[in-house]
Design a protein around this ligand. Structure first.
Ligand code: B1M
Length: 211
């Protein structure tokens, strides 16, 4: 399908306008948003990662690819989010301290929102204290932590520990994810759950909330 190829190539080469145009055309021709995400956008970012690892791409190429990906995501977002009137609960999401990667976290936000929850998006580089604040003062019943760097994973444990120290660990569920994260790591740090992808994160949140 030509549009999916254009989206894939557009993200790979950071051509934001091409991605926007092809995404609009694809949606208009009836291609489901999920198909564009799973068959063009996510594979393109995986290829960007491969090229970075092979020293063929550097940070500037990753940045423009991410910008193009975000432009495409913004267009498919309305279709990915189903309309829900009463939120099923409150979920605070953030990329942990020291980590600036937000594409995966944003996808998790879309899917969790789509599953009917209110999402408090704390952004990137989120300190353990901010997650604690979301539980204590904003009523978050679930906190979702994303990490893309092996060097920032310890901040997930730091967040679980901070929730314990603040005396709120028992009133909140902790869900973690991100490319280097595993179920084993989730068990080690005492998180309530791990998901390898955004759709799985939404299912997990529903399960933990008893929905
Ligand atoms: Co960075 N980067 N990056 N980067 N980057 C990676 C992560 C890397 C694997 C590339 C590589 O070497 N192959 C590598 C990490 C190596 C490691 O630690 N193991 C890396 C590096 C080294 C770095 C820098 C250190 C580079 C440098 O400066 N020398 C630097 C760090 C900056 C920082 O954070 N402090 C850096 C910077 C950047 C950019 C800013 C340029 C840009 C990010 C832009 C942005 O996000 N706004 C960037 C990008 C784009 C990437 C890659 C290419 C793509 C990440 C991405 O968006 N993937 C990435 C390579 C790769 O992942 N293959 C790479 C698409 C996204 C949909 O997938 O985020 O995995 P992902 O999310 C998935 C799942 O993981 C899961 O669901 C999502 C989809 O279903 N998931 C969750 C994510 N969070 C979840 C939470 C959950 C549940 C599931 O529950 C709460």
């Amino acid at each position: 399908m030509a549009q999916k190829e254009t989206i894939f190539d557009g993200i790979l080469h950071g051509k934001m306008k091409d991605v926007e145009e092809a995404t609009k055309n694809a949606l208009a021709s009836g291609i489901p948003a999920g198909e564009l995400l799973n068959e063009a956008m996510i594979p393109a970012m995986a290829e960007v990662g491969r090229l970075f690892e092979a020293n063929e791409y550097y940070v500037p190429e990753m940045l423009i690819a991410a910008r193009a990906m975000k432009a495409g995501l913004a267009l498919i977002r309305p279709q990915l989010v189903a309309e829900k009137i009463e939120p099923l609960g409150k979920v605070a999401l953030g990329t942990v301290k020291g980590d600036l990667h937000d594409i995966g976290k944003n996808l998790v936000a879309i899917m969790v929102e789509g599953a009917g929850f209110e999402v408090i998006d704390l952004g990137v580089d989120v300190s353990p204290d901010k997650f604690v604040d979301a539980v204590k003062n904003k009523g978050a019943q679930v906190v979702g932590l994303s990490a893309l760097l092996t060097t920032t994973m310890p901040s997930m444990k730091g967040t679980v520990d901070a929730l314990k120290e603040a005396g709120v660990r028992e009133q909140v569920k902790v869900v973690i994810g991100g490319a280097p994260v595993t179920q084993k790591y989730a068990d080690e740090i005492g998180a309530d759950g791990y998901s390898r992808d955004a759709a799985g994160a939404a299912t997990l949140v529903k399960k933990l909330m008893g929905v």
